[in-house]
Structure formats: C-alpha cells, structure tokens
Design a binder for this molecule. Structure first.
Ligand SMILES: *Cc1c(COP(=O)(O)O)cnc(C)c1O
Length: 487
C-alpha cells in the first residue's frame, strides 16, 4: 500500500488519510518472532513517521507552547540515546555527566541573570509540571517547619509525613495563593497531598487584571488564621494570554508578605523565564518588568523543551534552599548509591527520580552552540512575529485581540510576549474558528476559552519562526478563514 511522503514543512498536521493508513499498519499484537531491525526501521519511517505532526519541525505550529529542537540540541539528544548515561549519582571519576548537568545549569542561571551561588538547588526535570511538584514539595516542607518553629516546636513533612507534621506544627490547612495559575499547579497540589481545593485565585478581578494579584485580598488571605500555612504561586506569563502576574514592586511586596507570614514564594515561569534575556529596549520594557525581581522567590519552575528549544522532555527547577532539598528528596538507606564528595550534589538526592536520562546534554549543546546572542535573536524573532499577528488582529474587522484592554493606545503591542489570544467577531465563525484554521494544515493554533467564550491562541515558540518566513502564510490563512474561502 502506497503511503504519502512525510509531512512537508507546508503541512503542520498529517492528513486524515495518512493517519488512518498509519493506524492500519500499526502492530497491535506482540509478534512471537520479532520483525528484526531492518523491517522495524522501515515500519517506523514508512508507516509511523508520516502520521506524526510537525510540532517541532515546522515554524508554523503554534499550538500549546511546544518549542522546537535546534540542530545542536537534536545532535546532542541522539548522543544522549547512544551513550545512555544514568545521571543519578555524582561519580566524577567515572563519567562527566553530572558535571555537564552542573555546567548547563550554571549557564542557564547566567543566561537569565540569576546568581547560581544563591540558587543552590538546581536540577533538570521532565518538565514544568514536575518542577511545580518539586516547588510545592519544598514549599510544604518549609512552611510547616516555619510554622512549627514559630510555635516553639519542631516538625517536618519529610520524616513525619504531612498529617503528623501539620498536627505537630499546629497547622490545620495549607493554601496556595495565586492568580490565573496553569492547570499543572492544581495537579501538583494534588500530587503533594494538598489537593486542588488548596489553590485559591486572588487575582485582581476588580481591576480587570485577573492575571495580577489583588495584593489586599492576598494579605487578607494570609492573615485569615494562624492555623493556615501559605504558599504563594506566581504565574510568570499566563499560558492563555502571555501576561505576567507581577512586576518588581509586586515581587518586593510579595517577598515582604512571605517573610512576615512564613510563606514560600514559587514562580511558575515555564516559558516566561526567558524574557529575562531581552535587551533593554523600549519595546521590551513591559516584558522585562514582568520578569524582574524573580531572584526574590524561593523557587522557580521553567521548561527547556519550550522556549529553550531542546527536544522533549526537559524542565528546569531552581530553588535557594538546598538544605530543604536534601531533607525532602534524600534517597535514604542505599549505601551503594553513595556519591563521591564534591561540589555537585547527586541528582537522586535533590529531585524526584533515582535513575535519570542525561537530559542536560541537549541544553548544554544549545547554550554552547548559540550563546547568549543566539537566544536573544531567536526570542526577538518570535516576539516580532507575535506582535505582527497582534497588529493584524487589531486592525481586522473579522477578529478581535484579547484581552481587549491589552492593546488600547499601544500601537506597538508592547504587552505581547510570544502569545496572541484572539477570537472571531462573528460568534458562528468563532465557534468553529480553531477547527477551520487547523483544517488548512498550513498553520496550527490552540483553542481555549476567555471569559467563558471560545478563543484561539498562537504561541510562537519555535527557533525557526520569523516574520519573513511565516507571516504571509499566517495572513493568507486568517484572511481565507474570515472570508469563508478556506476550503
Ligand atoms: C507548559 C506549562 C506548564 C507545564 O509544563 P510541562 O512541561 O507540560 O510539564 C506549567 N506552567 C506553565 C505556565 C506552562 O506554560
């Protein structure tokens, strides 16, 4: 049976025919005698590959926030597979792997202007969700310990467990105070035993800025009871709108409140973190405000498989409390896993996994290959494309840029980072908008909802993206969909 060639860069999705063909060819039963390497390779490249999407390979896939994979990162990722290192114990006389991980994390700190000495608990994770889990696990330990100390007793979750530690500390509830959190924060809250209900949105709805904190409401929540311990979680670029929860003044206010009430400050900067590398130009001023003073936080979650453009999966976790990490994540009673003494903590004792993939290498390669300037160039191209789309939406009769206040009086769209949220003015078109745009297979966007209405969003996150390469295609699709000439 003939199978169409794998999707060209002009198609971001496989066709329906390619998908159903691939499904027919899939082996669904374990063969008693294997096919062998050659036949399997042929099966993968001819049957499976054509039915994969081009989320990484195309500059015109704008769904979720997926990033791409640079040639340097792809090269390194293949090496990771080839050498198959297990990066759990620091064994500097046996493999350079943990030193590479440490160097990559140092360079990340340098790139985003965080002092790597202060951020002494650093590691690569499987993604921002895992980093949010780590952040909440550290936070939970800290706030219970702090509450106990304030009551003149000792308690810690890592040895006593959450229930006993809370009782010992005189705490009967834990709340996570946030504004427009990413869904993974609630998932992380569930995993670490705090529950979805612990997440309280104290966004500033009164000022029509739900992504920003209502600092008064936040302080009232902190004051509510001395029996409640609090974690403050900052959405450092909200996933639907790309807007930032805080600025430098807010961060200072939050730090003071956290100190006063024994709370922990966690930042979810999955894709926002890279805004810290932007040069000081007026067009980036608002974005730079959104990521300023993050050094006042206790922990930061970020993704490398998004804007850093390494292959899945790679997340980043940074915290300033290595002492807590070694309490929470210590792999106890396994003397055969003892590390050599040294300046690099063994990853297994400061994170979730024991055995781990050498996922540091692709990011290491990216940082070495492209340097600071390479990352700045990439991000500037992405922002320029996002702002070009925003300007089109604003001047279009068929579409409306969201949220409506974000573009008032600002013809340069300086609040736009790498996300453009919009809807079709005609409700009938709006209900079908995402499907119609994606059915062209020329570009791909994500559907979401904004103020209970269907909405649509572009997330520009691929290293290949640029106005020159992509704008004409995007414009043609949007024009056609608006005019009903898209079929
Ligand atoms: C993508 C994202 C996450 C989750 O990251 P994963 O890498 O999918 O685990 C969390 N927070 C924000 C703001 C995100 O954009």
């Amino acid at each position: 049976m003939e199978v169409e060639a794998s999707p060209s860069p002009s198609h971001v999705l496989p066709s329906a025919a390619q998908l159903s063909q691939a499904l027919l060819e899939l082996h669904k039963q374990l063969p008693s005698t294997g096919l062998g390497l050659d036949a399997t390779q042929q099966h993968l490249t001819q049957d499976v590959a054509p039915a994969l999407n081009a989320n990484s390979q195309s500059s015109r896939y704008y769904g979720f926030v997926t990033g791409g994979a640079t040639p340097a990162a792809v090269f390194a990722d293949n090496m990771v597979t080839e050498y198959d290192q297990n990066v759990q114990v620091h064994l500097p006389h046996e493999t350079i792997a943990t030193d590479v991980e440490a160097a990559a994390l140092d360079m990340v700190c340098d790139l985003v202007d965080l002092d790597s000495k202060a951020w002494n608990h650093r590691l690569f994770t499987t993604g921002a969700t895992a980093s949010n889990v780590l952040g909440l696990a550290c936070a939970r330990e800290y706030i219970i310990k702090t509450a106990a100390a304030r009551n003149g007793v000792m308690a810690d979750v890592s040895s006593q467990g959450l229930f006993a530690a809370m009782q010992a500390a005189g705490i009967n509830n834990i709340q996570i105070l946030t504004s427009m959190p990413h869904s993974s924060l609630r998932k992380a809250a569930s995993i670490v035993g705090l529950g979805h209900a612990s997440v309280r949105d104290v966004g500033n709805h009164a000022a029509h800025a739900p992504h920003r904190f209502d600092l008064q409401a936040l302080e009232l929540a902190l004051q509510e009871s001395t029996n409640i311990a609090s974690i403050i979680a900052i959405s450092c670029s909200e996933v639907n709108s790309g807007l930032f929860a805080t600025d430098a003044d807010d961060m200072l206010a939050l730090r003071k409140l956290a100190n006063q009430y024994g709370a922990w400050l966690h930042v979810d900067a999955a894709f926002g973190l890279l805004a810290r590398i932007l040069p000081s130009k007026p067009e980036y001023e608002l974005l730079k405000h959104g990521v300023s003073s993050l050094e006042l936080a206790d922990s930061i979650a970020a993704d490398a498989h998004k804007l850093f453009n390494v292959p899945y999966d790679c997340g980043i976790f940074l915290s300033r409390h290595l002492d807590l990490a070694t309490a929470v994540f210590q792999n106890p009673g396994a003397p055969y896993l003892n590390a050599a003494a040294g300046s690099v903590p063994s990853p297994l004792n400061i994170g979730i996994e024991n055995s781990r993939r050498f996922r540091a290498l692709p990011l290491y390669a990216n940082l070495v290959a492209y340097g600071r300037q390479g990352f700045v160039d990439m991000l500037e191209r992405q922002i320029a494309l996002a702002r070009k789309i925003a300007a089109y939406m604003h001047s279009s009769d068929a579409y409306q840029l969201l949220p409506p206040s974000s573009q008032q009086g600002d013809q340069t769209y300086t609040s736009i980072f790498i996300i453009v949220l919009f809807k079709a003015v005609d409700p009938v078109l709006n209900a079908a908008l995402v499907r119609k745009i994606n059915a062209t297979r020329k570009i791909y966007v994500s559907g979401t909802s904004w103020q209970s209405e269907p909405a649509c969003r572009f997330a520009i996150s691929n290293w290949r993206s640029s106005v020159e390469k992509d704008w004409e295609v995007i414009k043609a699709v949007l024009d056609d969909v608006a005019a009903g000439t898209d079929v």
